[in-house]
Design a protein around this ligand. Structure first.
Ligand code: NDP
Length: 482
């Protein structure tokens, strides 16, 4: 697969003529190339987006909504091709791409097609004297940068509201997972999206990403990725007074009280720990279990996790695929070594998994459960972002709250209890942007999505994203007598 940039409605090679290799995680082999774009390509994309802006911003909400529905239909038409590409590029099981990634990308476009027609602004009356109303206007050209873990899902989660609000877009997917963004460009060409409205430029973070973040004509940056990258982006964009939305890393607690619905908790906890090989920013990676059920949970959980065997992602029976890259696999394995050095005991997993056949050189890690660590050790404080969880007993609500809130992160938390009062107490006290009680990853796209502390700044989802991608302007009309 030779991937090209999508700029001004056309598929183009990068100006430099340089390409990067694209790897298939399940085989460890190169299977295509992607443009190694630089600031020249970004200049071209920004110019195209600038030219397209006036017509796009002024064509009306209904018209933009129709275009978003057409994009959604275009993805639906090529559904199996998208799912196969996502699985191959990322290493995720094909069934996950079919059930989660691609349906959600379609929903993102459909959701914002509908949302923009319901979006409204506020009015403030100064009785007898004046009326204020707030215009919410498109900003111009905006930049969207997304990570590799849920490639099209998160890419479209930014692009859809940005376009719906009337902006034109320069977007970069992760260089590690560019395939479905490329297929999206082909859909845009197929449906005849006006040139320049959406531009997709491929390349590395350091080159292509930095060129987007620092470009003087890009007014806002919506970024999802690691906290260290978020810091870099903020240091470039903040002095230029760009609007910034940063969705960053996490180290989410999963808190299990003895009074929970045990079977439901156990089944969901396997999923919340290891879905997408643990490479979801919302996975619960620190599992705290009330002491009275700790030993039972440990046995049952380890039994279930041991049944999760990594395999070829293209096989529809596979529940656990490859991790995304060799360097990421090495990072995960190095954290398992750190955990051992910190005194942790590996209850299951702990090693690279060698899968035979076409996957003999692929990057697979066994699902790993570790116990015996303190809440404040590195393993329990730093983001691993792989199929590795720790389990720890606790005695009181106060103690588990201290454990849960002890990291620099504050993205999501999971709580298992049937005690209503405790639920409300902890909902107020847990430091996170998203709390799931007796469930995980139940998503209503209208709700605010994002984290506190070093997990980010700003919120996505619902009207929050439309607020981010528009500039409010207050108009005050005086009609008083003096
Ligand atoms: P990175 O921060 O490495 O990369 C994210 C994106 O930023 C990629 O497109 C990357 O490009 C690009 N990038 C890298 N460096 C720069 C730079 N200096 N300037 C501009 N862009 C840059 O994250 P990962 O892709 O490794 O994703 C994993 C991380 O994302 C985890 O920390 C995870 O928690 C977080 N995440 C957060 C979510 C949330 O909603 N809060 C959701 C999903 C993931 P390239 O890949 O080409 O280098």
């Amino acid at each position: 697969m030779q991937i090209l940039n999508y700029i001004n409605g056309e598929l183009l090679a990068p100006k430099s003529g340089n390409f990067l290799d694209n790897y298939e995680p399940a085989t460890g082999k190169v299977y295509g190339t992607i443009p190694d774009s630089d600031s020249e390509d970004i200049d071209l994309a920004v110019q195209a987006a600038k030219n397209a802006f006036p017509n796009w911003a002024n064509c009306g909400n209904e018209t933009r909504a129709e275009w978003l529905f057409k994009i959604a239909e275009g993805i639906q038409k090529h559904f199996q091709e998208f799912a196969a590409a996502e699985s191959r590029d990322n290493g995720k099981p094909i069934t996950l791409a079919q059930k989660v990634d691609i349906p959600r990308a379609i929903s993102n476009f459909e959701f914002y097609a509908k949302a923009i027609t319901q979006y409204h602004s506020s009015s403030h009356s100064m009785e007898g004297k004046a009326i204020n109303y707030t215009l919410r206007q498109a900003m111009g050209v905006v930049g969207c940068i997304s990570p590799w873990n849920l490639p099209l899902y998160l890419f479209s989660w930014k692009i859809a509201p940005a376009l719906a609000a009337g902006n034109t877009v320069v977007a970069k997917p992760s260089e590690i997972t560019p395939a479905t963004a490329f297929l999206l460009s082909k859909v845009c060409i197929e449906i005849g999206l006006p040139p320049g409205v959406l531009n997709i430029v491929h390349g590395s973070g350091g080159s292509t990403g930095t060129a987007i973040v620092s470009h003087p004509n890009i007014k806002a940056i919506s970024f999802t990725g690691g906290t260290a990258t978020g810091e870099k982006i903020a240091s470039i964009a903040a002095p230029k007074f760009k609007k910034l939305s940063l969705e960053l890393g996490g180290k989410n607690p999963n808190i299990i009280f003895a009074d929970c619905d045990y079977e439901k908790m156990l089944t969901t906890t396997v999923l919340s720990s290891f879905s997408n090989q643990g490479q979801i920013c919302l996975c619960g990676s620190r599992i705290f279990v009330e002491r009275s059920i700790y030993e039972k949970f440990k046995k049952d959980f380890v039994d279930r996790v041991s049944l999760l065997v990594p395999g070829d992602p293209s096989d529809s029976a596979t529940k656990m695929g490859a991790v995304v890259s060799k360097s990421h696999m090495e990072k995960i394995l190095s954290y398992i070594e750190i955990a051992k050095n910190e005194g942790g005991t590996i209850l299951t997993g702990g090693k690279q998994r060698f899968v035979g056949g076409r996957c003999e050189n692929g990057w697979f890690v066994e699902p790993t459960v570790i116990e015996g660590l303190s809440y404040d050790c590195r393993t329990n404080q730093e983001e691993i972002f792989g199929p590795v969880v720790t389990i720890m007993p606790f005695d009181t609500e106060e103690e588990v709250l201290k454990f849960a809130n002890s990291t620099r992160y504050g993205l999501a938390a999971i709580l298992w209890t049937n005690n209503l009062l405790r639920t409300h107490r902890l909902a107020e006290l847990l430091e996170c942007g998203i709390l799931w009680v007796n469930c995980w990853l139940v998503r209503d796209l209208r709700t605010p999505f994002g984290g506190v502390k070093d997990s980010g700044v700003g919120r996505e989802g619902g009207f929050e994203a439309l607020d981010f991608f528009t500039e409010p302007k207050n108009v005050c009309i005086y009609f008083g007598n003096n």
